[in-house]
Ligand binder design. Structure first.
Ligand SMILES: [Zn+2]
Ligand SMILES: [Zn+2]
Length: 706
């Protein structure tokens, strides 16, 4: 239902075409539809469909000789939109630019203003900013329009130009030295380096064997004799026990089996677990991945929908959450007030703190912004569920619960630690946790973790924290059983969307608007692939990383990239000149570039021979690199242009087909495996099967897909 609506609003503008005194411009038809309802007949709302004016695609469009002067054009695909918008602006009293409240949105507004002023230099242009698309927020913004914020615009220009220079100067170098179609990006290459480094750590990792020793005890006398509980050997004398092999642990087991045991110490403490801040973009992407299994890209796509507006029956379209690109944990006072009222009514006074919790944003975060929260806490997940698709509801519920919990009191647990002494030096320990007061977990605790976050290496598995029996100090215990368990230290976990975004934020690389696009670019360029959620570098990704690390060490440094991000933040704050950021970057970058042009190994001139023969002319096939990674090309090139993909050793499972599965990749899309008999056979699969029954490469020739 939602889909059909979207389509309808895309072609036709959502609004009364003429007669309106004012024009309002937003980015998307969905946002236009929501906002139009709040503004009434005097306003005509149009969608710009994103950026209308931008750097050209076909050339760099930045004059490096002339102070990095950008060349902005209206691209052919946007000419119609620009015409439509200009026509809408003609004769209007004023134009309100209501694009999103961040650098990107500000830049879109600035470019639009430029286009309108070209047509009519005296046109009245106003910028309006709101962080949620609700009646009150939009009305407030229109009461207080402002000028376009040039600091924001310049921060966006600086980023755009930085990325453009890197992309359009590094990529041709890679084409020349490695293979056509390859590309490198500033932030994306640093992210790829993390993934490659981690993969190599994992390869190098040698698992270490270790053993743990647990005991089952029960009280010798008293009311709880039937109560058997688990306890782990925690110390021998003052030392942590170390059992590198079974022989060592068996020795201690023997010693223990004849000892008597008693309760030596019982510690009861109250532990308060505080709620966390409401979501920033980074935290939302992390928890959406670990708790409801959404990728970063998916999370942002769904969040955008919730922000831009959802049709709520009689109420019409309304934005359900605040703007989803933010690194701030601030909350508007009205939203806080509403939350306090809701918590009081729904959970009771005990769940309300005497003073609302204060959360601190990341250093340098946009203080004018807000955390991601529901636009009204009274729109409970239950009350809107009939209007939302399943995944929209899941994400909304996550955001809603996190926000409500953030305004509640801590949860209180009672932690009991029991220390048991065997003989004169064997100390066992059991810890049990019991919740005394649910606090914020009444709102947030129930969301189950669907995906286990992989454990860090070497982390010991905690003993099942079962209920701890009522015991007394000095009480004698029966030993029922001793059991030794073998373990191996684990390699560091591969990155997934959640852990990569977490790291990018910690290292200060990228910003709320760039986390998800960075990951999708790496996947679309086949520099890494996803297996069961884990990000694994491809051979091509490793090769590119090695080249860039060798020839552009500084550019690939996390610290340097973080410094550039800070530079951009300073431009936004108005404490730094934007061209200065470009000069600071371009000097060192250009030096490395000149050196790399001369010195970088040319893989094209040193193709690797193979035992495969050309199907057309019979000459030897060579390994070359392209944007799909390695492929085979005829050594007779340029006379013979035969190419094919590297044999995978897997055959098409379609009955009677006999084709081979070959890696395929279209620009801007993720690599997949398809049948070599395409287009006769259209079988495709995202990943190769685990082990092939037949590993003989097919003799069937296949053209390398282009
Ligand atoms: Zn040939
Ligand atoms: Zn087939």
């Amino acid at each position: 239902m939602a889909k059909a609506k979207k389509k309808a609003s895309k072609g036709k503008r959502a609004v009364g075409d003429s007669g309106a005194a004012h024009l309002v411009i937003v980015e998307s038809p969905a946002k236009a539809k929501t906002i139009n309802k709040f503004l009434g007949k005097d306003y005509q709302v149009e969608a710009s469909m994103g950026h209308v004016r931008d750097l050209p695609k076909s050339r760099m469009g930045v004059d490096l000789e002339k102070d990095f002067t950008p060349e902005y054009i209206i691209s052919p695909k946007n000419i119609k939109t620009a015409k439509r918008l200009k026509a809408s602006a003609a004769g209007k009293k004023s134009v309100y630019l209501a694009t999103d409240p961040d650098r990107e949105g500000e830049a879109i507004s600035w470019h639009l203003a430029h286009i309108f002023r070209e047509q009519d230099s005296k046109i009245d242009i106003k910028r309006v900013e709101f962080h949620e698309i609700t009646q009150e927020a939009v009305a407030r913004a229109f009461e207080r329009p402002r000028d376009i914020g040039m600091n924001l615009v310049n921060a966006q220009q600086a980023r755009r130009i930085l990325d453009r220079i890197v992309g359009y100067q590094l990529s041709p170098l890679l084409w020349k030295k490695v293979g056509r179609g390859l590309s490198a990006g500033r932030v994306q290459s640093v992210a790829l380096r993390f993934i490659v480094d981690r993969e190599r750590e994992i390869r190098k990792f040698v698992p270490q064997e270790y053993w743990t020793l647990d005991a089952k005890f029960s009280p010798q006398e008293g009311d709880h004799q039937e109560k058997i509980f688990l306890s782990r050997l925690d110390r021998i004398g003052s030392e942590k026990p170390v059992f590198p092999n079974q022989a060592e642990v068996e020795k201690i087991k023997q010693e223990l089996s004849v000892l008597s045991f008693e309760v030596s110490k019982i510690d009861k403490t109250e532990r308060r677990r505080r709620p966390q801040a409401p979501y920033t973009t980074s935290k939302l992407q992390q928890e959406s991945y670990t708790r409801i299994g959404f990728s970063s890209v998916n999370t942002m796509r769904i969040a955008q929908k919730l922000y831009e507006g959802v049709e709520l029956g009689n109420e019409g379209s309304v934005g359900l959450i605040t703007y989803m690109r933010t690194d701030s944990v601030n909350i508007a006072p009205t939203a806080r007030q509403e939350a306090i009222q809701f918590i009081g009514e729904k959970f009771g006074k005990d769940y309300l703190p005497s003073t609302p919790p204060v959360y601190k944003s990341r250093k340098g975060a946009q203080e004018a912004h807000e955390a991601i929260r529901p636009t009204s806490v009274y729109r409970t997940p239950d009350s809107v569920k009939e209007y939302l698709a399943d995944d929209e509801l899941k994400l909304y519920e996550l955001i809603w619960r996190k926000f409500v919990a953030s305004q509640m009191v801590p949860a209180i647990d009672e932690v009991t630690a029991i220390v048991i002494l065997g003989g004169d030096k064997f100390w066992f320990k059991t810890t049990g946790t019991r919740n005394i007061f649910p606090g914020f977990t009444a709102a947030f605790g129930e969301i189950k973790t669907e995906k286990e976050v992989s454990k860090e290496s070497g982390e010991e598995e905690a003993l099942e924290a079962g209920e701890v029996p009522v015991l007394e100090v000095g009480q004698k215990l029966n030993l029922h059983e001793l059991f030794a368990d073998q373990h191996f230290t684990k390699p560091p976990a591969r990155f997934n969307d959640a852990s990569l975004v977490k790291l990018l934020e910690e290292k200060g690389i990228g910003r709320p608007s760039t986390y998800a696009p960075t990951i999708s670019t790496l996947l679309n360029r086949d520099y890494c692939e996803k297996k069961g959620g884990a990000l694994i570098p491809t051979e091509l990704g490793e090769m590119i990383t090695d080249l860039l690390v060798e020839y552009f060490p500084k550019v690939l440094e996390a610290e340097f990239t973080a410094l550039m991000e800070e530079g951009l933040d300073e431009v936004e704050e108005g404490t730094r000149e934007w061209k200065k950021v470009l000069y600071d970057f371009y000097g060192p970058f250009n030096e490395l570039l000149i050196k790399a042009r001369e010195e970088m190994k040319n893989f094209k001139r040193e193709p690797v021979p193979t035992e495969f023969k050309c199907d057309i002319c019979g000459k030897q096939l060579l390994i070359k690199f392209g944007r799909f990674g390695k492929f085979l090309a005829c050594s007779g090139f340029p006379d013979c242009k035969y190419t094919r993909s590297i044999p995978t050793g897997f055959f098409c499972p379609e009955p009677g087909c006999g084709g081979e599965l070959v890696k395929r990749k279209a620009k801007g899309r993720r690599a997949f495996y398809g049948c070599s008999n395409y287009p006769q056979c259209t079988y495709t699969v995202q990943q190769l099967p685990k082990k092939g029954e037949n590993s003989e490469p097919s003799s069937d020739p296949t053209s390398h897909p282009t």
